[in-house]
Design a protein around this ligand. Sequence first.
Ligand code: CKX
Length: 601
Amino acid sequence: MNSSPLYPVQNQARAAVSLDGLWRFQFDPKGEGTAAGWPGGLPAPISMPVPASFSEFFTTHEERDYVGDFWYETEFFLPENFPEKVYLRFGSVTHRAVIYCNGVEVARHEGGFLPILADVTDAANRGRRNKLVVQANNELSESTLPCGTQKEMPDGRKISKPYFDLFNYSGIQRSVWLVGTPKDAITDYSLQYELDGADALVRYTVEGGGDRPVQVFLVDAEGNTVARGEGKAGTLRVEDAHLWQVRNAYLYRLVIEAGEGYDLYEEKVGIRTVKIDGHHILINGKPVYLKGYGKHEDADIIGRGFSWAVAKRDFECMKWTGANCFRTSHYPYAEEWYQMADEEGFLIIDEVPAVGMMRSTRNFAAAGTGQYTYFFETPTVPQLLENHKQQVSEMIARDKNHPSVIAWSLFNEPETTSEYARRYFSKVFAFARTLDPQNRPLTGAFEKNSAPDKCRCYDLCDMICLNRYYGWYISGGPEIDEAEQKFRAEMDKWAAKKLDVPFVFTEFGTDTLATEHKLPSVMWSQEYQDEYLSMNFGVFDSYDFVQGELVWNFADFQTTEGIMRVNGNKKGVFTRQRQPKDAAFVFKHRWEALPEQYKGN
Ligand code: CKX
């Protein structure tokens, strides 16, 4: 992000015009575009919808699996009477981008899952159409997030070799806005909550607005102003506060005004506290057991592109199973997901795109084998660390005001058994601890190699998240009883450590084909998925410190091709078309019966 993290709004002081629609697009396999003058306009473009991943539209391997530079282009009209400052705001461009307005570079950004704000006040012409060109690139490396590499084929074409288990979808996958603000705009705000009997104290800070007087109003759902503050920092007392609760959300509107209507920013906010107390995760002082999913932004045709329709269906399916939480595995999602979670009372573990920190293109198979790849011992680590910190800070800046966000996940399944990893993650955690005004818990998801007697990093976490596949990658099918013994043996070792933190399973699951039934069960059948789940539930229920279960995955999703992937990862509880497998009914049965405060005493 290049400055203000605020989501675009439209009001008497600000403009927000959507630039979503049909753009133009061109591949640049030799990386010649910049020298050939493409920043001023593309020579031979085809049409391309925005937002969407480009891959799923094409009918050839070369286009679908394309790796390298690619360009987008569109025009926008800038009205004469638009507010003084003019920005282009991209929800994200994957994985990196240079933005040009009328041929002039206005922004560049590393990282494919967080916003880019380009100031085009000088570059854009009022009363005219303006050309907007984006140079993007989707190559992976060990110094950028997520991690991976590419392979050059005999014909010179590159293909992606991710160290992670999701298709390397790329493009302009989130909405693009033309944003207008006053010159001394409000650029950010932060909130902290404290409950005082039936009242709530809301501490706020506001940035921007120049020297103008700032006023802050809190307006309830009926439109009544319930608290008012003056100045750029202050405390609002909300009498008899209506709290935002798990699966029972209540949202106020926070209105910030600088000067007399000079600038106005407003957003929905929810009053709630988040705290870890021993083994418990407390929301508003009450323990909550996390029930839900590891997800992906992934759907037919649009790939990783944001769609309100897909998000709506996903929330309806999640609610139907009785879930209350999801992890944004393995990257921060489009902001609209968090807005919907705020409305629905869902809890989010928000994850930075630190996935693939183990040098393996099949790390799911390597996990648990003890394989060690010296990942944190290479010369590119300092640059990786800088990128990691940058993305943690952009994620927290973007998402800090969402009541749905209850924890920050700083990695998924890295190597954690060496002193090098320990040094690396100590720095990431120490940095992250300085960023969140609400001091939400920090965590990360550990795979099986991060065993209780080997892992050097678990004590950095306020809550320990485990990804475990006993009965799938380890001792599957006829060996499921042995899987359970091994699983319990590991859990006993964690128990023996007497760690005073909650544990949450952030992954467990089996690949299951929706077409496959077999009695007695075999691996990949729906019957096996159900048997595996009941074994896992038995283990979760035996340990008080297990305070949540997020199954892998909400829905089947696309991955790189391979002998262990049948047109993608099939661990979905729902199909990729969001229809239930048998397991969805198993979860519905269990989660509807489990009280929100399960294991709360
Ligand atoms: N965890 C043993 C990371 C996810 C994968 C999942 C899987 C692995 C398992 C690690 O991104 O999809 O293999 O299903």
